[in-house]
Design a protein around this ligand. Structure first.
Ligand SMILES: Cc1cc2nc3c(=O)[nH]c(=O)nc-3n(C[C@H](O)[C@H](O)[C@H](O)COP(=O)(O)OP(=O)(O)OC[C@H]3O[C@@H](n4cnc5c(N)ncnc54)[C@H](O)[C@@H]3O)c2cc1C
Length: 442
């Protein structure tokens, strides 16, 4: 047998699993495992480096219950992993490794260094201390994985075939190859193929935390414009169908216009639901309340005040005190307000149109930006087939699965890295324990 454990994929989950496995062996006064972590990128943790715009929003300060709720219907699966290694434990682990963290808006946790590199470096340094053999580069990409049949040399165990032609054998296998989003980072959905080959069911992967394309071509004029604290609602054609995600549809957060449509956390966090609905409907309507702290009546009163008190001024100038100027320009035009028309001659119909635009701006979404631009992948290895207490497969003993490859997806805000770290950690500890038990009973 070449290795006792092979970890496929040196991302957040894989690196944390390798570290946890090594630390558990140390705690039990056992020698280091013959453990290899294989990564198809040139270096481990490449995707973590781009997290949070390079600053790495590595977790969220919410309670365990709050974190679980962020994962919708599937969140309960995470209970044992979070109980074992929650956000406080994660922060304490990094602080002990010289990476203190701090909390920002919405409970987002970042390293004090504001550099994702310090997170990756801490994990890589700990792996090296613990004697983890790390192999990275295109030649180390796994192309096929199979369970060894009874009677084959090295059985029971697994055979992992690499791009460079080598086949490695291992007693236990941990799958942490991530999803299939942001494919340029090495995550191309290989894990689904590997898991399927070992008997697992895959819940259809779909892009999540992904920008949306809409039919309203005027959005291009607002490219780069951000509006804070908006409320986004989904209007499906007919009653909103029962969603696989089980997540609440209204989303309150910041909005960003792009040259093709909509982005920003308010939209990204419901994009998984939109992606699911777009599988059934050609288009989905989003209604956005740009000024959720103003009622229609308050806005009507304010506009009457523009008429009486600022009659010689332009509506677009007045509106810019409430929303960004470029958006104000577009909304005035859509309301049929002429470029030189003053507030004094605003018609009731124009005011009504403006108020409706501010309170219920309509967008017709026809597509997401797809896996290429999605930050995470929804769907994945069916949770019913994985033991949440150990992360071991229920259909293929000896196979462990952790991280984004599982059918678990949170919104933006540090939840997805916490999921990867917690499930990776739990898998690593349980692998170390199961190998220790096997050694003792041998
Ligand atoms: C731009 C961007 C920003 C993000 N920002 C945040 C953030 O701030 N906070 C947050 O919580 N989440 C963020 N995420 C999501 C987060 O990156 C993922 O949820 C997390 O990295 C998943 O961890 P993982 O270990 O399961 O998979 P990954 O980190 O994706 O690691 C999987 C690894 O497996 C490797 N691999 C794949 N196939 C093979 C193979 N066949 N052989 C060998 N190796 C293979 C990949 O190269 C990769 O390194 C962001 C994602 C993106 C794209």
């Amino acid at each position: 047998m070449d290795f006792e454990l092979i970890i496929l994929g040196a991302g957040a989950a894989g690196m944390m699993a390798a570290v946890a496995c090594g630390e558990e062996r140390l705690a039990q006064n056992l020698p280091a495992l013959r453990l290899a972590i294989l990564e198809k990128n040139a270096r481990p943790g490449i995707k973590v480096l781009v997290c949070g715009g390079g600053r790495c929003n590595l977790t969220n300060a919410g309670s365990q219950d709050f974190l679980i709720r962020q994962f919708g219907r599937n969140g309960r699966f995470l209970t044992p992993a979070l109980r074992h290694f929650d956000n406080d434990a994660l922060r304490a682990w990094f602080a002990a490794r010289g990476v203190p963290t701090h909390e920002e808006h919405d409970g987002k946790i970042y390293p004090d260094s504001n550099q994702a590199k310090s997170v990756v470096d801490a994990l890589a340094a700990r792996m090296a201390e613990l004697g983890v053999a790390s192999f990275a580069g295109p030649g180390c990409a796994a192309t096929a994985v199979r369970k060894l049949g009874a009677g084959e040399p090295d059985s029971p165990g697994f055979a992992v075939t690499l791009t460079d032609g080598r086949t490695l054998s291992t007693s236990l296998l941990l799958l942490t190859v991530g999803g299939q989003s942001y494919t340029r980072m090495g995550t191309t959905g290989d894990g689904y193929r590997f898991a399927q080959a070992m008997g697992h069911t895959i819940v259809t992967p779909r892009p999540a935390i992904v920008p949306l394309l809409c039919q309203q071509s005027w959005v291009a004029e607002c490219q780069g414009v951000a509006v804070q604290d908006v409320e986004v609602r989904i209007e499906a054609p007919g009653p909103l169908p029962r969603l696989a995600t089980g997540k609440p549809a209204p989303s309150i957060n910041d909005l960003m216009f792009t040259h093709f449509g909509l982005s920003g956390p308010a939209v990204l966090n419901i994009s998984e639901i939109v992606a699911e609905l777009l599988e059934r409907f050609d288009v989905i309507t989003l209604r956005i309340d740009l000024l959720r702290h103003h009622t229609r009546e308050q806005l009507a009163a304010e506009m009457r005040q523009w008429q009486s008190g600022c009659g010689r001024r332009l509506p677009r100038t007045m509106l810019a005190s409430l929303i960004p100027q470029r958006l104000a320009d577009v909304l005035c035009r859509l309301a049929g307000i002429g470029e030189t028309q003053t507030c004094a001659v605003l018609t009731a119909a124009q005011m009504h149109h403006l108020i409706e635009s501010l309170k219920s701006l309509r967008f017709t979404v026809y597509q997401t930006r797809g896996f290429k631009e999605a930050m995470v992948t929804a769907g994945g290895v069916s949770l019913a087939e994985v033991n949440p207490d150990t992360m071991e497969s229920r259909v293929c003993p000896g196979l462990f699965i952790a991280g984004e490859v599982l059918d678990l997806t949170g919104p933006s805000g540090g939840y997805n890295l916490q999921l990867a770290f917690s499930t990776g950690r739990l898998a690593g500890v349980n692998i170390a324990r199961s190998l220790a038990t096997a050694t003792h009973s041998a």
